[in-house]
Write a protein of this length. Structure first.
Length: 70
């Protein structure tokens, strides 16, 4: 039962990310990093099409999360 709830929540979150990516395509901001405003590389978008951060900003975010988690 808990696994079903967890899977449904993951599906819901992915759906919302896809809707967001489609919205960014519509408004012309798809592929632009929300943090620094630079272009997100094609390679990163191909691997993770719903991303909103370039690899540099994502690594920075993850490092900050690790620091806060300690």
């Amino acid at each position: 039962l808990d696994l079903n709830i967890h899977m449904k929540e993951r599906e819901r979150k992915l759906f919302l990310k896809i809707r967001g990516a489609l919205g960014r395509l519509d408004d012309g901001t798809y592929g632009i990093c929300k943090e620094c405003g630079k272009a997100i590389s094609f390679t990163r978008l191909r691997v993770r099409p719903v991303t909103t951060l370039c690899i540099h900003c994502k690594k920075k975010q993850e490092a900050e999360e690790r620091v806060r988690g300690l």
